[in-house]
Design a protein. Sequence first.
Length: 394
Amino acid sequence: MPDIDSSLPSPCRAEAADLLQLLVAGLDEQALITLNASGLIVSWNRGAELLTGYRDDEIIGRHVSCLYPPRHIADGAPESDLKQARCRGKLCHQSWRICKNGSPVRVSVSLRRLVNARREMLGYGLILRGGVEEESAIPANATPASSTSALVQAISMLQSEVIERRRIEHELLQLQRLLRELAAHQDQIKEDERKRIAREIHDELGQNLLALRLDVSMLVERCGSRHPRLNQKAVAALGQIDAIMSSVRAIINNLRPGVLDFGLQAAIEWQVREFQRRSLVVCDLHVDHTEFELGDHRATALFRILQESLTNINRHSQASRVSIALKRSGNRLSLSIADNGIGIRPGCRRKANSFGLVGITERIHYLNGELTIDSTRGRGTTLRMTIPILPEEN
Ligand SMILES: Nc1ncnc2c1ncn2[C@@H]1O[C@H](COP(=O)(O)OP(=O)(O)OP(=O)(O)O)[C@@H](O)[C@H]1O
Ligand SMILES: [Mg+2]
């Protein structure tokens, strides 16, 4: 509803508001309705009464959803309309509304957010205009079209809608495939880059540190008892070099554990030992040592899945025991990671900004494998995955 010009003197403003109210109330070409911020009907004009059959004393105070067809209510349309108008300022579309006598009426809807000068949300202004030509699907409780031509028209509209939906579905599947490929490609680039950086740190920094260590230890020997103060300094420097070397080793291992070069089984054993040492969670490990050698990228993917699962156990599960098993049966390799913790809380599996489980799912999908995640409140979580062993990996 328009604001009363605040530059008018107050008595004029009051008079203008009264006149405007009279105009709106009596207007019979259009239904002009106001809602409060919760969607309850606050005012109802003559046009609204003519369109729907409700008098103002029958409808004021009720929620605007009472005008929607039951199927739209089940789909959450009233809340969704209010939300869109609240967020975007305005919502215009054509739809159906239900009159007092239960008959549907096609209307053009304009729903606007009403805010005051301080941008505080006061409610909504709703304009409904009847006599609108039907242009989309008929709701379940609408009167069926009486003539054959109307039916034919409706069927052809439905057919084109089905075709359009199939096209969109196909495009979405294509997009999903592309996104998966892109994610896998980026994973691969990341792993290659980690490997390259680890190798460079090892070759450049590692070798130089080693040379420096040799020089300083020679200095320690040479200065010996002849220069005790210098000897003391050199011993301290040697200790620092050793500390730097072990940090460098840890960085290299974090980037890409060298043990991965000895195969997946060795890498899993190393990772589980490390986890047990750092977390104090008891780990049962069963690794099948049957001969197979996964390709580097596939082994790294399974290793990263294990790392993410153990990180999750450490961060979220409060578990005291974890069971990890890597088994081969025929041409399939299965990995299971089970904890005895609190289980995944309902609704927590897919959270905004949480990508660990999504990453695991995507990696397994890309390896052509299968994944199940079983979790019961208070009884822990188990991730089971199987992937095929390729002929060249046998
Ligand atoms: N083993 C587990 N036990 C209990 N809850 C878990 C376990 N693993 C995952 N969760 C729950 O599932 C949620 C999603 O896990 P996910 O690994 O996807 O994300 P995250 O660990 O929160 O973040 P990140 O993206 O850093 O991995 C977690 O926030 C946690 O609530
Ligand atoms: Mg995680």
